[in-house]
Design a protein around this ligand. Structure first.
Ligand code: PEP
Length: 250
């Protein structure tokens, strides 16, 4: 299975900065075509510029969130149908900042996942424990709950088409990366949940690691048996650094 190297730009990089980024990142990674899948996820206003800048390249474009309804009186929200209209192919769902800063629940993530699939958007569903949950020895219980309630309810056919991201909350934006062994342990656990839910079809489901991935730790993380790529926040903002991470995944 090819690794997926995905960048979550969060609320960074304005529309006018996107073309410059693409002009540096696409050529840097052109020789990786066929060896690794690449994705960037800009903020909503920068999506049209990103779709235009990466059109015809090997780099896919995704959103960082979407609303579960197709349209309606939801001031300030963005419909998945509008993302499809723009030419966006992917969406991140249940990122820890959505869960813990904006109060998104497993049930909400599941509703968004079902809608994303219905619209033909490829989804990355994020799961991961808080530091206090890890310290209390609850990591597996949290992952099991998030897996079954934000993904499992979608049914095997949809789970097979979903990408999972293990993002321990204590490692996001903190500079404190999980060791490759800690990451692998959680990924192995998630792989077991996938196997139980999907049988042989689980082999095709990627599990990305996210949390302070940098050019100098990406290779050893992706060398782990059950790490099938990375979801990168801060380090994806620098096109050369993100290209180095892409090379590590190739
Ligand atoms: C993220 O936003 O998904 C993330 C993992 O952030 P960072 O790489 O900055 O820790």
């Amino acid at each position: 299975m090819k690794n997926l190297v995905a960048g979550n730009w969060k609320m960074h990089l304005s529309p006018r900065e996107v073309a410059g980024y693409a002009g540096r990142f696409a050529p840097e990674t052109a020789n990786l075509v066929g060896t690794v899948d690449l994705l960037v996820c800009p903020s909503f206003p920068a999506l049209p510029a990103a779709v235009a800048a990466f059109r015809g390249t090997h780099v896919a474009v995704g959103a960082q969130n979407m609303h579960q309804e197709l349209s309606g009186a939801y001031t300030g929200e963005v419909s998945g149908a509008a993302l499809v209209d723009l030419g966006v192919g992917w969406v991140i769902l249940g990122h820890s900042e959505r869960r813990h800063v904006f109060g998104e629940t497993d049930a909400l993530v599941l509703a968004k996942l079902k809608r994303a699939h219905e619209l033909g958007l490829k989804a990355i569903v994020c799961v991961g424990e808080l530091l206090e949950e890890r310290d209390r020895g609850e990591t597996e219980a949290v992952l099991r709950r998030q897996f079954s309630e934000s993904l499992g309810g979608a049914g095997p056919a949809l789970v097979t088409k979903t990408t999972l991201a293990y993002e321990p909350v204590w490692a996001i934006g903190t500079g404190r990366t999980a060791t490759p062994e800690t990451a692998q342990e959680a990924h192995r656990f998630l792989r077991g949940l996938l196997e139980k839910a999907l049988g042989a079809a689980s082999e095709g489901v990627r599990i990305l690691y996210g949390g302070s991935v940098k050019p100098d730790n990406a290779a050893e993380l992706m060398a782990q048996a059950d790490v099938n790529g990375v979801l990168v926040g801060g380090a994806s903002l620098d096109p050369e650094g993100f290209a180095a991470i892409a090379r590590a995944g190739a």
